[in-house]
Design a protein around this ligand. Sequence first.
Ligand SMILES: NC(=O)c1ccc[n+]([C@@H]2O[C@H](COP(=O)([O-])OP(=O)(O)OC[C@H]3O[C@@H](n4cnc5c(N)ncnc54)[C@H](OP(=O)(O)O)[C@@H]3O)[C@@H](O)[C@H]2O)c1
Length: 337
Amino acid sequence: MSTIAAFYGGKSILITGATGFLGKVLMEKLFRTSPDLKVIYILVRPKAGQTLQQRVFQILDSKGWVDNINGPNGIIIATGKGFLRAIKATPMAVADVIPVDTVVNLMLAVGWYTAVHRPKSTLVYHITSGNMNPCNWHKMGVQVLATFEKIPFERPFRRPNANFTSNSFTSQYWNAVSHRAPAIIYDCYLRLTGRKPRMTKLMNRLLRTVSMLEYFINRSWEWSTYNTEMLMSELSPEDQRVFNFDVRQLNWLEYIENYVLGVKKYLLKEDMAGIPKAKQRLKRLRNIHYLFNTALFLIAWRLLIARSQMARNVWFFIVSFCYKFLSYFRASSTLKV
Ligand SMILES: NC(=O)c1ccc[n+]([C@@H]2O[C@H](COP(=O)([O-])OP(=O)(O)OC[C@H]3O[C@@H](n4cnc5c(N)ncnc54)[C@H](OP(=O)(O)O)[C@@H]3O)[C@@H](O)[C@H]2O)c1
């Protein structure tokens, strides 16, 4: 039996912020691991037209923990749906992301340790991944894209992409070309088909939200995890299993896949049976993307050739080189026969 789970048995616990992201996960973990808890008191206020009773029932009814589009959830949706394709972030900076379950496990372990061992000073426990199991933004982006190939969201606006740059000029270029221009084009289409334009407004709001993260995602942060590691060593093997907060065991790809699955199932309420169709749509979007880029390149090149002798010379050199190469290849294969 877990010592920590047993410690919470028979206790009365007050949780503030129980309607929030962390509070709900904390409550769920307590219910699951310490079923003989005496009582949980929660601090709740009426909000957004809901009475506090309605809010409490809503928490108790919610099946999954992914139930809002704040923070990383919103970014995952915006990326998977192809709205957000580039972010101003230093690619090699550490993405100090931490799973909520890990945070909650540490909180419960700290509660137990503080009550039982009564440390003389106030200990601060940092739970971060950066110094134990670092993953930078570039690697995170690659893994998120690989996951969207496997588990795509339905009806994406564009093909998902995840570019990171710390260069302001490149970032502004991407914002103009990859975000604002497609939004304006889509709004024109909505207007022409008699519908209300909405994409530009949505895009501006999304870019404003992402820009608030810039200070943090363009730097790497160092945190001392000394107390957290000390606490880990105090836990029995069973507690280390049930209240695991050892981020070294975290497999980022597996974590990202589970995260995307959770968002797809609990937040977007998409059916898993629709994955093959979503994959086909992604393929179509990829072909459209290549076709569009090729057409754009040919138009730009044609314009350049019309104006510059140098471009014409380069073009004729490339064409004659390809022709010679193909003739040589054809001649050598004829000889072999
Ligand atoms: N999530 C993260 O990634 C993260 C990371 C680092 C630190 N933290 C910290 O962890 C804490 C919880 O985070 P969270 O993500 O769970 O936040 P959250 O989802 O926004 O939840 C906040 C909770 O606090 C309650 N609350 C806020 N103001 C209140 C007030 N004036 N009176 C009573 N209750 C109030 C909210 O109640 P209502 O629902 O009624 O508004 C809600 O239950 C915060 O201090 C946050 O800064 C979170």
